[in-house]
Structure formats: structure tokens, C-alpha cells
Design a protein around this ligand. Structure first.
Ligand code: F1P
Length: 291
């Protein structure tokens, strides 16, 4: 029940993030060269933020899985933004330790009172979006809403479309599908990765994710009837025709991509239920990964 309650509160938590985003002075200002790090869902939000920030002309922004971040002397970053709901993830703590005193760090987290707080120069705590569930929904999307607001975006439409994404029907074809491929481009590639992870975590579904145009370079080989190819954002020319030509279902909605992710979270929940799984107790996962 946690996952469902939490995902349903997203319009409200995004609204709250939009309010504080513009004034979130701890986040890097324009011109700074920034490395954004996270694990799992938080890494995918890092990917989306990095593409949005660099795309909006605010400066070089690279996303790394915290375990793979190479922030050596040759790559000159002015700031590290760490994203972690729990503030206890081992790879995040190791990275914060490694850069301490060398690169200023700001950590976006769900709870102010964590080990990551002590290791960070600055923090933004989204306590109103913290979660009890193992599978992240609202913390991640609310962090991204915060970043979007900080980059100057008006989130009114995104919030309204998230409300709509909570009411539209989840199609039976999506609940029954054998396989999903999620596609995105620019910042929505991070969302595609997150959508695929949600389906795996909550419903043990076979899912993949690719940059939209990469999909044509091989992965489309497994598209077939009973499978779904779901694109976030605008469809590149010809892609729909290629996908439907395989017999796979092509899904692409004209709504804010972050709001469309809310619909995928609901699909994951419905698939879990249809398979008799408890999405609040996903197999092999824990709320925070610590060594
Ligand atoms: C990161 C994370 C989650 C994942 C799982 C394990 O946690 O990888 O994204 O869903 O629950 O932890 P955090 O660093 O954001 O707390």
C-alpha cells in the first residue's frame, strides 16, 4: 500500500518542490561545471538532471553512477550533486568521502538526519517527499521537479498532467504484455531507464531501455506482437511505423514526460498485482543498499 499511496501524492509533492526550487540556493548556479551522482533510481534522475541542465545552457553537467564516478584531477568539476533518498547508500558515502575538501558537495536527500548529511557541504532535504516503500516513486520524481524548477521551468502543466496520469485507465494490454522497451532522448532517456527499473523492481517484468534512435540499431529485433515499445517525449520520424511494423504496440503520449512516468509506475503496480506480487516487498531488494 505504501507504493500506491506515495505515487498518488506526486502532484502534491511536485507542487511543493516547484515552490522551493527557484530559491534552492544550495544547488549549483549557472556556469558551474557539475557532476551529478546517484545509485539506481537516483542515478537515472541524475541522468535526466544532467541533460536538462547542460541543455539549458547552465554549464557542463555529467551524470555518473556513484560507483563509477571518476572525479579525478583532470576533470575539473566545481560542484558535485549527490542524489540519495536514504542518505545511507554505501557508494554515495564513499564518493562524498573521496571528494571531501576537494570539490564542494550538495546532497539532495529524503531525510536531513543521515550519514550523507555529515559528509556533505550542503543539503536539500525533501522530507515532504520521503518514502517508506522500497521501490522509489515520489522522492525521485520530486527531486527532478526540484531541479526543473531550479532551472527556471514552470511546472504547472507537468503537475496537471501528473494528476491526469493518475486517473487515465491502465490498459489491459500493458498489464498482460510479455516485454517492454522504454525509449527516450535527452533528459527523457533517464526517464526511460527509470521506467524500466520500476517495472523490474515492482513487478519482476522483463524490460529494457534505450536512447530512442539507438533502438533501431539492433534492439528492435525483439519487438513483436504482445510486446510494448513505450517512448517518452516526441517521436522521431519513422519510429512509430518501424515499431508497429513488427506487430509490437507503440505507446507515445502527448503529456509531460515526467507525468507519463507516473503512468508507468501505475502499470508496474498493476502488473505486480496481476502476478500476485507485493510491490512493497520486492524480491531481492532492500530500501537502501549498504555493504
Ligand atoms: C538508491 C537505490 C534505489 C533502489 C533500491 C536500492 O537508493 O538504488 O534506487 O530502488 O531501493 O537503493 P538511495 O541512495 O536513493 O537511497
Amino acid at each position: 500500500a505504501y507504493m500506491e499511496q506515495e505515487l498518488r501524492s506526486q502532484p502534491e509533492t511536485w507542487r511543493a518542490a516547484a515552490k522551493i526550487g527557484a530559491e534552492a540556493g544550495a544547488l549549483p548556479s549557472a556556469g558551474a561545471r557539475v557532476a551529478v551522482v546517484g545509485c539506481g533510481t537516483s542515478w537515472f534522475m541524475a541522468q535526466a538532471y544532467a541533460a536538462l541542465r547542460e541543455g539549458s545552457g547552465q554549464g557542463v553537467t555529467d551524470a555518473f553512477a556513484a560507483s563509477e564516478a571518476f572525479l579525478g584531477e583532470k576533470r575539473k568539476y566545481d560542484a558535485v550533486v549527490a542524489i540519495t533518498r536514504s542518505g545511507t547508500t554505501t557508494e554515495i558515502l564513499r564518493l562524498l568521502e573521496a571528494v571531501k575538501g576537494r570539490i564542494p558537495t550538495v546532497t539532495v536527500l529524503g531525510d536531513q538526519d543521515t550519514p550523507a548529511t555529515a559528509l556533505s557541504d550542503d543539503t536539500v532535504a525533501l522530507s515532504f517527499a520521503d518514502e517508506k516503500s522500497v521501490v522509489q516513486t515520489r522522492f525521485a520524481t520530486t527531486a527532478l521537479a526540484l531541479f526543473r524548477a531550479h532551472l527556471g521551468e514552470d511546472l504547472t502543466t507537468a503537475v496537471r498532467e501528473a494528476e491526469e496520469a493518475l486517473t487515465v485507465p491502465v490498459e489491459q494490454e500493458w498489464v498482460d504484455a510479455e516485454q517492454f522497451s522504454f525509449l527516450g532522448t535527452g533528459w527523457t532517456y533517464g526517464l526511460a531507464n527509470e521506467a524500466a527499473l520500476k517495472m523490474r523492481e515492482a513487478s519482476q517484468s522483463w524490460t529494457e531501455s534505450y536512447p530512442a534512435m539507438e533502438y533501431r540499431h539492433g534492439p528492435i529485433a525483439i519487438a513483436a506482437p504482445g510486446r510494448v515499445t513505450w517512448l517518452f517525449g516526441e517521436a522521431p520520424e519513422g519510429l512509430e511505423r518501424e515499431v508497429t511494423g513488427t506487430g509490437a504496440r507503440f505507446v507515445c503520449h502527448a503529456r509531460d514526460p515526467l507525468a507519463d512516468l507516473v503512468l508507468v509506475q501505475r502499470v508496474a503496480l498493476e502488473r505486480a498485482r496481476a502476478r500476485g506480487l507485493d510491490p512493497d516487498n520486492p524480491r531481492s531488494l532492500s530500501r537502501s543498499v549498504m555493504l
